[in-house]
Design a protein around this ligand. Structure first.
Ligand SMILES: [Zn+2]
Length: 106
């Protein structure tokens, strides 16, 4: 019956808002999810990071649409905007065609 974390590849149990304790904590402390052992370094743009951001954006959008209540939605909206900004920056600094090909194959 226990739901698991909505972060892709994370087997941990759902703690809050669809995230496990670890990822929920990451989201609120740092405003982002780090997948795997390596922390995401934002000044070093990589394809893996783009994927992480895209996954995060999808997760946030899912949380946003599942959240009832104005205040909760405002908070998710703010996170979504932050991730979108980072994603746009990453896109601008990266090879757009490569990323698009990757996104389409997903
Ligand atoms: Zn998790």
């Amino acid at each position: 019956m226990d739901k698991i974390c909505i972060v892709e590849g994370c087997p941990n149990k759902n703690h809050s808002k669809g995230y496990c304790r670890k990822h929920y904590g990451q989201l609120w402390r740092r405003g982002k999810i780090t997948v795997g052992v390596e922390p995401v370094v934002y000044h070093k743009i990589s394809e893996a990071m783009m994927c992480t951001l895209q996954n995060e954006l999808e997760s946030l959008n899912a949380c946003y649409s599942n959240t009832v209540g104005f205040e909760g939605r405002i908070r998710w909206r703010r996170r979504i905007n932050e991730v979108q900004t980072l994603l746009e920056k990453a896109r601008a600094e990266s090879n757009v065609h490569k990323i698009e090909a990757h996104a389409n194959s997903a």
